[in-house]
Each structure stands twice: as structure tokens, then as C-alpha cells.
Design a protein around this ligand. Structure first.
Ligand code: PXL
Length: 280
């Protein structure tokens, strides 16, 4: 079945994140992709100075009303970086009114990394994001975002008991299925945990010491694409991890490319993997 998905996130004109990552990757996965831009920025906010920021909150209900009048619906709604706390109520409304029967909702609570909220986000935004995470079928946080959502203390090093408590607390705030990224128990490897409130699985993979901006968006986009091509949550989480590693590996030796991952160089691998693994 040819599926239409909606992704809601910002346009960072330069910087390889958000929609400029999600759109090509979802297209490469063979999915029709509709967009709802949350904001337009000249660049992303992680390392560039003096970026512009146009908040598109006002446009959101008008766009959604038009879609509802046209009876447009989506087989999945996948959200990333949002432009304001007020937008979140509009996004929840969209999920309740434009998701096709049996559709999937995936929320990447893109708001923090390395123990800190991104510039411009505050406790009021986190409180709204908590509601969106309770609404979604699947959330894809990193550990910093999970701690922001639950109130757990962020730690650089931790053990499995810490991760288990974090997952239990995410369940408590209403998360149904969690795909927790960047879970590393040793120096050489990192991985992703999937958790549905009952069963926990861990996929371990190589850790590349140099971190790269925008890789969370690469991860969540490939995860959503693979899921919508019929892979299970765990298999989609595994494929997304493998593809993100490939994208980072093809970026790390280029010093001038500090602002994002050269994910385009991974697209052939993604197409090949899905042609071999995806049932739909
Ligand atoms: O990759 C997440 C992201 C998305 N959008 C904007 C960002 C960031 C991360 O910093 O600044 C505008």
C-alpha cells in the first residue's frame, strides 16, 4: 500500500536537520510525505550564531482546518522540533482528527541533548511536550529528553538499573512505546532500547566518538520510514541505528562538516536494506 505520512517539524534552511533530513529520507523509504513546518530558521540553533526564527504557530490551525475540509488523512503523523509550546495543542488536535484508521503516531521530543535543553525551550514547553508524548503511540527520545520528561536526574554514566527506572517513569507519564536512543554501557558501543511497558530489548552498535548534529533527526526519520514499510518497532529501531552509524561514519573525517551528518551518502544503503527487509 502506498502510504501518506505527515511530518511536523521546522525548516532549518541550512544545517541538515529537521525537514531537510526527514523529507528526503522518508521519500527514500517510498512514502508520500506531507509536511507541516513548525518554524523557519536560517540555520539550526546548535553552533550557528544569530540565526533567524519565524514561528509558524498561527498558520497551524488554518492549515489543519483546510486539510479537514478536504478530508485529507494520514497513515502516520511523525513530529520533531516544534516552534512553541502553543503548537502542541494543535498537533494533538491534528493527531485526533486527521490520522487514518489504524494510523501510527511517532513523536521525537526534539528539545534537548547532552544534559541541556536547546536554546528557546523552557519548563512550559517541556510540560506541553509531556502531553504530546502521552498522546503518541511511540516516542523516540534521547536520554536527556527522557530525563526532561520524567524529572529524572541526567547522568553521563549509568547502569541498566538507571535506564530501567527512566523507562518505568516514561510509562508513568503515559508513554506507550519508547525507543530510547544513545544508551551506552561501555566506551566502545552505544545502542537503542525499545520498551512497551512490558518487554525491553536492546540493540547495541558501534559508537563513533565524535558526535554529529542532526543525527537524532536521521534516526527518527529512518525509524518512522522503516516502521511504515512494515518493520516491527525493534527492527525499525535496529535499521535506524545501523543507518545513522553509516551516515556518521561518512561524515566524521570531514572537519568542515561540523553542523550536520552527510546522510545523503547513506541513502543507497537505506534503499537496499528496505528492499531486502521490508514486507510492504
Ligand atoms: O536536530 C534537532 C534540531 C532541529 N531543529 C532545530 C535545531 C535542532 C537542534 O539543535 O536547532 C532548529
Amino acid at each position: 500500500m502506498y502510504k501518506r505520512i505527515l511530518t511536523v517539524q521546522d525548516i532549518s534552511c541550512v544545517g541538515q536537520c529537521s525537514l531537510t533530513v526527514a523529507l528526503p529520507l522518508l521519500s527514500a523509504c517510498g512514502l508520500e510525505t506531507a509536511i507541516l513546518p513548525s518554524a523557519v530558521l536560517s540555520t539550526h540553533t546548535a553552533g550557528f550564531k544569530g540565526y533567524t526564527f519565524r514561528d509558524l504557530t498561527e498558520d497551524m490551525p488554518k492549515i489543519a482546518d483546510h486539510w479537514r475540509k478536504e478530508k485529507i488523512s494520514f497513515e502516520a503523523i511523525y513530529t520533531g522540533y516544534l516552534g512553541s509550546a502553543e503548537q502542541i495543542a494543535y498537533v494533538i488536535d491534528l493527531m485526533r482528527t486527521t490520522l487514518a484508521p489504524g494510523g501510527r503516531t511517532i513523536v521525537d521530543p526534539a528539545m534537548a541533548d547532552n544534559g541541556k535543553l536547546y536554546p528557546g525551550f523552557d519548563a512550559a514547553f517541556v510540560a506541553e511536550m509531556r502531553k504530546l508524548c502521552a498522546e503518541a503511540q511511540i516516542i523516540v527520545p534521547n536520554i536527556t529528553e527522557a530525563c526532561q520528561l520524567t524529572g529524572d536526574e541526567y547522568r553521563e554514566t549509568y547502569d541498566e538499573a538507571y535506564i530501567d527506572a527512566l523507562l518505568a517513569n516514561l510509562t508513568k507519564i503515559g508513554a506507550k512505546t519508547v525507543v530510547l536512543t544513545g544508551v551506552s554501557y561501555d566506551a566502545a558501543t552505544t545502542g537503542v532500547v525499545t520498551w512497551d511497558g512490558k518487554e525491553k530489548k536492546y540493540y547495541r552498535h558501534r559508537k563513533i566518538s565524535k558526535s554529529s548534529h542532526g543525527t537524532g533527526d536521521v534516526y527518527a526519520s529512518v525509524f518512522t520510514g522503516a516502521l511504515m514499510r512494515g518493520l516491527s518497532v525493534y527492527d525499525a529501531a535496529r535499521v535506524a541505528a545501523d543507518m545513522t552509524v553509516v551516515a556518521i561514519e561518512r561524515t566524521v573525517d570531514d572537519e568542515s562538516h561540523w553542523y550536520g551528518a552527510k546522510f545523503e551518502l547513506m541513502i543507497p544503503d537505506l534503499v537496499k536494506t528496505l528492499s531486502e527487509e521490508a514486507p510492504e
